[in-house]
Design a protein around this ligand. Sequence first.
Ligand code: PA5
Length: 378
Amino acid sequence: MVSLDDPMAIRKADEHGMLEFYMRWADAARDAIQRARAIELPTELRTRKGVIRYGQPEALAIAGMGGSVIGGDILRDILQDEVSVPIEVWRDYGLPSWLGPGHMVVAISYSGNTEETLVAFSEALKRGCMVIAITSGGYLASLCRKTGVPLLEVPGGRVTRMSFPYLFFPLLVFLEGSGLARGLCDLAERAAGLLSSMAKDLGPETPTEENEAKRLASRLVGTVPLVYGFGWLKAVAYRLKTQFNENSKVPSFSNWFPPMNHHEIVGWEAEEELLRVFSVVLLRSRGEPPEIRRRIELTKEIALEKASNLLEIWARGSSKLEEAISALYIGDIASLYLAFARGVDPYRTESISALKRGMAELRIADKVEKEIEGLAIG
Ligand code: PA5
C-alpha cells in the first residue's frame, strides 16, 4: 500500500515506468502523428487472389482486441455524426460479412501476436480490403513485410494499454489522409497540447487535494467502480472500466446514457448493503446535450446517490476529441494510482498471459502465417 502523497514511494511502486510514461503521453502522441504521416499508402497491392486498389474507402473497420482497438471506438464516437461512411470496430476472429473491396481495414495489435487480430488481418486481405496494420512487431509486422501491406511500426517494450497514443492518433491521420474527414491532424496536435498541459496536474508530485486523478483513486479504494459515459464519452467509460480491471486489479463495469436509463437504473432498487460496494464515476462534458444532462441529473437523484461514492470527471478542452482524450487521461492515471494505493502492480496481467499461453497451443498464428504465405507474391 502506497500513500498517494508520497511521490518517492509512488516512483518506487511504478517499477515498470507506466506512470512515468503517461507523463510523456503528449510527446508520444506527437511522435505517433509524425510516424503515421510518413506512411505512404500504395495505389494498389497485388496478392495471388488479385489486385487490391487503395483509394477513398466506402467503409472503415478497425480490427483488434483490448487496448489495441479501443481507439477505434473512441474514433467512432467522436466522428460518427461527421463522417459519411460506416465505422466498424471488430473484436473477434474473422470479419463481418459485408466487408470487402472498397473498404479499409486497419488491423491493430500492439504485440503483433494476438490471434483474433491476425485472423481478421488475413481475412481482410483475402477479401480484397485495403489493409493497413499498426504494431510494434511480432507476426503482424512479419506478415506485412511478406505481403507489402502498409505497416505503421510503433515503439515496443511496453504493455498495450499504456501505448494508447501510438494506437489511436494514427487513426486520425489515416482518416484524414484517406479523404474521409478534414482537420483531424490539427485537432490531434491540439489534443497533444492539452495532454502536455495536464500532465503536471496529474503527476506524482502534485498532492491529492490538487490532483484529480489521485482524488478519484483515493475515493475508489475498496469499491467496485461503475463508469457511465454518453455520446462521445461512451467508449471512454469502457476504457476506464478496462483500466480499473487491468491496472488496478478490481472488477469494474461501464454503461452509457441513454441505455442505462432503460434497464440498469432498476438494479439500483436493490438493498442498500448491496449498492454500497459500488462507486459511480460519471463522465461529464460542459457541452453535453440538455436531454443527456437532464437524464444524468435525474438518474443521480433516483438511483446513483445510493452508491458508496458518486464521482464526476469533467472532460477538458474545446473539441469532442480533446474531451474524450482528457477524460481518458484522468481516468487512466487514476487507475494507476488506485493500483499503487492497493499495493498491486499495474503492469502485470497474469490472467491474460495465462489465457494467451493456453490458446497458443492451437497454433492459430502459425496457421495464419501459412495462409498469408499462400497469398503473398514473391
Ligand atoms: O491490455 C492488454 O494487455 C490486453 O487487453 C491486450 O491489449 C489485448 O490482449 C490485445 O493484445 P495486443 O494489443 O498485443 O494485440
